[in-house]
Design a protein around this ligand. Structure first.
Ligand code: ZN
Length: 61
């Protein structure tokens, strides 16, 4: 099953709510998978404002 991306924080999930912030605003329309292992050292994570490790979508529409 394709994962859903949270519109607020871009976290990917197969749940009905975002595990990060509890949002139910999840979208099937996303692209660009980013896996953040060490947010402190990841330039991409900083650019996107990601502070926790996890899997994120680059773009959510
Ligand atoms: Zn979220």
């Amino acid at each position: 099953m394709r994962e859903l991306a949270c519109r607020k924080c871009k976290t990917l999930t197969t749940e009905k709510t975002c595990p990060n912030d509890g949002s139910t605003e999840l979208s099937k329309e996303w692209s660009g998978l980013i896996i953040v292992i060490n947010p402190d050292r990841s330039q991409v994570a900083k650019t996107l404002g990601i502070t926790k490790q996890g899997r994120y979508a680059l773009k959510v529409s």
